[in-house]
Ligand binder design. Structure first.
Ligand code: COA
Length: 373
C-alpha cells in the first residue's frame, strides 16, 4: 500500500481587493438609497428602515480588514451589489476552472510535476460553476492530465474532505498523483445587501497535490492522519439549487444566497471542532506540545482563538495559529490551505502541524501533517 503525502500547494489571489472602508461606504450608500426609496412604507410601518454597517464592528466581530474579489466594480455598485462576471461561451474555460488552474499550475511547478503526470483531479468547493460537466474535468483538460476527475462539495470543509479522498485513492492504489483544487468565488454567493454578513467572504483559489510517497519530491509533508465529521445543522445554509433558480441578480432572494445564524454557529462549532481535534490527537498519540502550528479554517478570529486555545491549552500566538482573515476574509474551503501555503516555509524535518476546516453541514475535517525533510 502506498503512503500518501502532500507534495505541494498552490495559491491564486485575484488582483482586486476591497477594504472594509470601501465596502461599508458602498453598503451605507445602498442603505440610504433603500430608505429614501421606501420612505413612505417605512413611515407607515410597513417596512423596517435598514441600518448602516460599520468598519469598527466588522473588524471587532470578525478580524476581517479586506477581501480579494474577482470583480470589484459590481460588488461596490449600489445599483447592483453583486459581482459582474460575464457568462462565457462553452468553448472557453469557466471562470472557476480558470482560477483553479492558476493555483494548480503553481502547485505542480512547486512539486516538479507536469499536468500529464496527474492521475486524478478533485475540485472541492462550496459552489460549482454549473451542474455539469464537472469543473474538475475542465481543469483536467487544461493541465493535460489523463485519468479521472470529479467535483465535490462539503462547503467550508471541502478541502480537508478532498485531501482525505485523494489520500484514500493513493492508499487504495487508484492513483499516485492527485490534484485537489478549491476555487472559491464566495462573492457570488454573498448577499452584499445583508448587514449581518456582507463583509464575511472573499474570492481565491488553492490547490494541493497529494501523492504516493515514492513518486513525490523529497521536500514533502507526511500525512499522519485524517479525520472527517458531519452533523446536520440549518444554521449555515444556501438554498440555491437547480429546482429553485430564484432571481438571477441574486438581490432580494436572500435564502438563495448565504445565510447563517452566526451566534449559534460560533457556539456550536467551537466545541465540536475542538473535541474532534482532541480525539484525533489521542488516536494519533500526539500531544499539544508536539504541534508547531495550527492552520485553521479562516472564518472568524474569535472562533479560531477559542479553538486554538482549547487545543493548545494556552492562548495561541500568531505563529502558532496564523490568520489570513485580515487580508483574505473567509474564503470558505480555501482558508486553511492559504494559511498552510503562506505559513509553513519555516518547518524543519519532524515538525508537525494541523490543517483543520469547519463549516456548513456542519462539517469538519482534520489533516495532521509532518515535514518529511
Ligand atoms: N455593522 C454594524 N453593526 C452590526 C453589523 C454591521 N455590519 N452587523 C450586525 N451588527 C450589530 C447587530 O445588529 C447587533 O446589534 P444589537 O446588539 O444592538 O442587536 C450587534 O451588532 C451584534 O450582532 P451579532 O450578529 O450578534 O454579532 P456577533 O458578535 O455574533 O458577530 C459574526 C457576527 C457573524 C461575525 C459572528 O457571529 C461569527 O463570526 N459567527 C461565526 C460564524 C461563521 O464564521 N460562519 C462562517 C462559516 S464557518
Amino acid at each position: 500500500m502506498s503512503r500518501p503525502v502532500i507534495s505541494a500547494t498552490g495559491l491564486f489571489t485575484p488582483p482586486n481587493a476591497i477594504s472594509n472602508a470601501e465596502l461599508v461606504q458602498s453598503f451605507n450608500s445602498w442603505v440610504d438609497k433603500y430608505n429614501a426609496e421606501n420612505a413612505g412604507d417605512i413611515a407607515a410601518g410597513v417596512k423596517q428602515p435598514k441600518a448602516h454597517s460599520s468598519v469598527e464592528f466588522i473588524e471587532k466581530a470578525s478580524g476581517i480588514k479586506a477581501r480579494y474579489v474577482v470583480d470589484k466594480e459590481g460588488v461596490l455598485d449600489i445599483n447592483r451589489m453583486t459581482p459582474n462576471i460575464a457568462e462565457r461561451p462553452n468553448d472557453q474555460i469557466s471562470v472557476l476552472a480558470e482560477i483553479a488552474v492558476n493555483a494548480a499550475k503553481q502547485a505542480l511547478e512547486r512539486a516538479g510535476k507536469d499536468g500529464s503526470q496527474v492521475d486524478a483531479v478533485i475540485c472541492a468547493a462550496s459552489n460549482m460553476q454549473r451542474a455539469y460537466p464537472a469543473m474538475a474535468i475542465e481543469v483536467q483538460q487544461a493541465i493535460g492530465s489523463q485519468g479521472f476527475a470529479f467535483d465535490m462539495n462539503v462547503a467550508c470543509s471541502s478541502a480537508t474532505f478532498g485531501i482525505q479522498t485523494g489520500a484514500d485513492f493513493v492508499r487504495a492504489g487508484h492513483a499516485k498523483t492527485v490534484l485537489m483544487v478549491n476555487p472559491e468565488i464566495c462573492s457570488g454567493h454573498l448577499n452584499f445587501t445583508d448587514r449581518d454578513s456582507h463583509f464575511i467572504f472573499g474570492d481565491v483559489a488553492t490547490a494541493v497535490l497529494i501523492e504516493a510517497e515514492e513518486v513525490a519530491q523529497k521536500d514533502h509533508w507526511n500525512i499522519l492522519g485524517t479525520h472527517l465529521k458531519t452533523q446536520f445543522s440549518n444554521n449555515i445554509r444556501n438554498n440555491f439549487g437547480f429546482l429553485n433558480r430564484g432571481d438571477p441578480s441574486g438581490v432580494g432572494k436572500t435564502d438563495k444566497l448565504f445565510v447563517q445564524e452566526g451566534r449559534k454557529v460560533f457556539k456550536e462549532v467551537v466545541p465540536m471542532v475542538a473535541g474532534m481535534i482532541q480525539s484525533e490527537m489521542d488516536r494519533l498519540g500526539l500531544k499539544a506540545t508536539d504541534l508547531k502550528r495550527l492552520w485553521l479554517h479562516q472564518a472568524n478570529t474569535g472562533m479560531n482563538r477559542l479553538i486554538a486555545e482549547r487545543v493548545l491549552g494556552h492562548e495561541a500566538t500568531e505563529d502558532e495559529s496564523p490568520t489570513v482573515l485580515d487580508t483574505y476574509a473567509n474564503t470558505s474551503s480555501a482558508g486553511s490551505i492559504i494559511a498552510f501555503h503562506k505559513h509553513s516555509g519555516d518547518f524543519k524535518a519532524g515538525d508537525k502541524g494541523l490543517i483543520c476546516s469547519f463549516g456548513a453541514g456542519y462539517s469538519a475535517g482534520t489533516v495532521f501533517v509532518e515535514k518529511a525533510h
